[in-house]
Ligand binder design. Structure first.
Ligand code: 4AD
Ligand code: MG
Length: 476
């Protein structure tokens, strides 16, 4: 008999039919009731056993974590807590699970503990919910762009350039580490390496996405990116997924409009599609926050927060306006910021971003940043000191999106690269798009895990990606 998923069973509710379900035992009580989970939904299916007519040996194998195939008749439940249950007529233990040594006991485990058990944590309620929400967000991203006429462009993972110019890259090499060839100057001789040049894992698909936009008009990338920044925070991963749209003929205002519409759309879609999971995650968060002081708790329950973000405009203000808000703010005057707001041009820290979001009570888009703190490719404003950059700041997250209108003027771009010691030879292909049919264009990058953090209400970025990569950790 073909098996059917629990989510299908619960939505079709074919009462009276014989069905087969496969999944893992969550708990087993009274030698009679199994809560079976198959991962298709946060809900479990109650299996009712006729234990008096079952072999003792088989009954003993029904332990938390064991994998079962169960056949029987679907009936309206007699008990409370579920609408349906399965009256078991045939049970097969597909995989036993030693109750003594199985790490996931039927009780609450800490998220830290579960990180050490990343191979098993997809079987828990919390990670099941997070991973289903993550999938739905990913689907919503592709659906949004497809509907809006964007083409998905697959940009390379291995690159010869540093898109962000921040130098925080993982090298890719096949040179023998014990006998690295050197040039006459004592430098590594990359001409003997696989690609005959120095290469790295990409930090961003943007530069290549720009090339795509200059021919296809509207493109987006959605792929893994890698940063060797040694930031051991709850917001940073060494390997994370980034969504980067790039649009020809779009200026910074168009870019902000796109980012806002896009964020509201994918969050709105997920709110509808993942109601059960989000309700579970909302309760989880409320529970967890009970032990926190009032001022560290969320302002709104999770679902209300998501609803709010999808239905209210983001606040837009320039860096200069934000700088004034921050300079005149209470925490600044009372010297509560670790980095006091002193000079125009300073980079904003996460404490400042958090303050701005709290101050306005909604997502904030900051634009027109000082040129000196932003990447080389951002378009210079007429004032000569700010660039057409934008960052989107989200409640509880801080920076979630970074983007800009790109410098489309060949001479201005070339000068900027020279000023920042970026070798124009290395990016000759990027410069050529400014020589041959250049145009105004813009784009942004959304850190996918930060979006998943926001939507699930989870607190640590290590808990929204199946197998996190962070300094000192590449297990699993
Ligand atoms: O602001 P970033 O560095 O911008 C870029 O890479 C541009 N090339 C994007 C573009 O314009 N196409 O990174 C974009 C976003 C950040 O706002 C943040 O959400 C996320 O990527 N991000 C990280 N997420 C997790 N771990 C890290 N180490 C991250 N670094 C950036
Ligand atoms: Mg940024």
């Amino acid at each position: 008999m073909n098996s059917i998923s629990i989510v299908q069973l619960l939505s079709n509710a074919p009462i009276g039919e014989n069905v087969c379900v496969k999944g893992w035992v969550r708990h087993f009580r009274g030698n009679r009731f199994i809560a079976l989970s198959d991962g298709s939904t946060i809900k479990t299916l109650q299996i009712v056993l006729d234990f008096e007519n079952m072999e003792e040996d088989i009954l003993k194998q029904i332990t938390t974590g064991a994998c079962l195939s169960v056949e029987g008749e679907l009936i309206a439940s007699q008990g409370k807590g579920q609408a349906l249950e399965l009256n078991c007529t045939k049970l097969e233990v597909l995989g036993t699970c030693d109750a003594e040594s199985y790490p996931l006991q039927p009780k609450k485990h800490s998220l830290e503990f579960l990180r050490e058990k990343a191979h098993l944590r997809p079987r828990t309620n919390t990670f099941g919910a997070v991973l289903r929400v993550r999938h739905t967000l990913s689907f919503a991203v592709h659906q949004y762009f497809n509907t809006k006429g964007f083409f998905n462009l697959h940009t390379p993972i291995i690159t010869g350039s540093d898109a962000e110019g921040a130098g925080e890259m993982f090298g890719v090499s096949t040179l023998n580490k014990k006998d690295i060839p050197l040039t006459e100057n004592g430098e590594i001789d990359y001409s003997q390496d696989f690609f005959e040049k120095e290469t790295n894992l990409t930090v961003s698909g943007q530069l290549e996405a720009e090339l795509g936009a200059m021919g296809l008009g509207k493109v987006y990338t959605f792929g893994p990116t890698f940063r060797a920044e040694n930031s051991n925070t709850a917001r940073h991963l060494a390997e994370f997924w980034m969504i980067e749209p790039e649009v020809a003929f779009a200026d910074l205002d168009d870019n902000m409009d796109l980012a806002e519409d896009f964020m509201q759309n994918v969050i709105g879609y997920t709110l509808k599609a993942c109601k059960d999971d989000l309700e579970f995650l909302q309760n989880r968060l409320t529970d967890e926050e009970k032990s926190k002081p009032q001022n560290e708790r969320s302002d709104m329950p999770l679902l209300e927060k998501l609803e709010f973000v999808t239905s209210n405009n983001f606040k837009r203000l320039s860096y200069t306006e934000a700088f004034d808000v921050l300079r005149n703010s209470k925490p600044n005057k009372k010297k509560k910021f670790q980095y006091p707001i002193t000079e125009w041009g300073m980079d904003l820290q996460s404490e400042h971003e958090k303050h701005l979001v709290k101050h306005f009570g909604c997502p904030v888009i900051l634009y027109d940043y000082p040129a000196s703190i932003k990447a080389f490719y951002m378009r210079l404003n007429a004032d000569g000191k700010t660039v057409r950059a934008m960052d989107i700041l989200f409640p509880g997250i801080g920076e979630i999106v970074g983007g800009s209108q790109r410098e489309e003027r060949h001479d201005v771009l070339l000068q900027k690269m020279k000023d920042l010691n970026i070798d124009p030879e290395e990016l000759w292909w990027y410069l050529e798009t400014r020589k041959y049919g250049t145009c105004v264009h813009s784009g942004f990058g959304l850190g996918f895990e930060r979006l998943v953090l926001f939507v699930t209400g989870m607190q640590n970025i290590r808990d929204v990606i199946p197998f996190p990569r962070t300094p000192g950790n590449a297990d699993f």
